[in-house]
Design a binder for this molecule. Structure first.
Ligand code: PMV
Length: 318
């Protein structure tokens, strides 16, 4: 039996603009995680996937439509076996579970796929590098999101704070000191594919305005990278606020997100913004360790259905 885990993630800066070649910064969130367990099965069974949270039981090879929840799971299995050079479906049972909320900007799809790739590859005798895992998970992200930037699979597979530009080698951020974030969930599921599609339609109608907004976000990300590495949380907080203003201009914020963002700021957050695709999902606030609990309580009062306090730790060598 082989078990593998993968964390959730939050995008600290640069979502949406990252799809258009601008940089973004994301960090892992280890308080939530996906788990995949692979076990040998009786000869002739083939591969069976159980997703306990979705009450899903799927025999790999049974016909599926692209909107079936089993589709990305089966695709992940197939891509991994292809990468391993295994042509015949092995006899095994794969059980997947996850505490990463779905469609809330915390990288649920990437976390599940990462855990599957790792558990399956290890069970079949290979240990892929984090970058190999990330590349395989990217193929699943395409199924979930259509035109993903690749940031989710990168940060989840590497489990490190990353500075990411699509198509370029990823940079792992070497932080001087840890910092704390409070993540608040609006309770509204917001599929990334839909919001990314809306932004694309806006960009197609008014390229100059959207390109200018993306450039402004890119400038914030560069300043945020410096502030993060230097441990300048005051600057980091005001850059988050500035990034939020631009996400609002892209029409990806929502009254629920704005309510949580205001509540966090009023409770002493150094800065706050939505994280991920927006419209619903989660927001993130930068906190001192002393203020984190107060901010979490204010978020709950303001309607957050779930709150996570997470320490962003200096990176480990990979
Ligand atoms: O909703 P999430 O966490 O999957 O984040 C999506 C981030 C976007 O920049 C909006 C899309 C992408 O592919 O990078």
């Amino acid at each position: 039996m082989t078990t593998a885990y993968a964390p959730g993630k939050v995008i600290l800066f640069g979502e949406h603009a990252v799809v258009y070649g601008r940089p973004a910064i994301a960090v892992p969130v280890t308080q939530v995680r996906a788990c995949a367990v692979v076990e040998d099965a009786p000869s002739g069974q083939g591969s069976v996937i159980h997703a306990t949270d979705l009450n899903l039981h799927h025999h790999v090879g049974t016909p599926l439509t692209a909107d079936d929840p089993a589709y990305p799971l089966e695709a992940t299995v197939r891509h991994t076996l292809e990468w391993l050079g295994i042509e015949n479906m092995p006899d095994l049972t794969l059980t997947v579970s996850s505490t990463v909320p779905i469609a809330r900007g915390l990288g649920s799809g990437a976390a599940i796929a990462t855990a599957i790739v790792r558990a399956l590859a290890q069970h079949l005798g290979r240990s892929p590098t984090s970058r190999e895992v990330s590349n395989l998970v990217y193929q699943t992200e395409v199924i979930h999101h259509g035109t993903p930037s690749g940031i989710d699979n990168t940060v989840v597979a590497l489990e490190q704070p990353v500075y990411f530009v699509k198509g370029e080698p990823v940079q792992i951020l070497r932080l001087e000191q840890p910092f704390w974030v409070v993540v608040g969930d609006t309770g509204i599921a917001s599929p990334t594919k839909i919001v990314v599609g809306d932004v694309r339609r806006g960009w197609q109608k008014d390229r100059d305005r959207y390109e200018a907004l993306f450039d402004h976000i890119a400038a914030i990300v560069l300043r945020a990278r410096e502030a993060m590495v230097a441990g300048d949380t005051t600057r980091l907080g005001s850059l988050m606020d500035e990034n939020q203003g631009l996400l609002d201009a892209l029409a990806v914020s929502s009254p629920e997100l704005e309510r949580l963002i205001s509540a966090a700021r009023e409770a002493g957050a150094m800065g706050a913004k939505l994280c991920g695709a927006g419209r619903g999902g989660n927001m993130i606030a930068l906190a001192t360790p002393q203020k984190a609990q107060d901010i979490a309580a204010s978020l709950r009062e303001a309607g957050a259905v779930n709150v996570i306090i997470s320490e962003v730790k200096p990176s480990q060598p990979v």
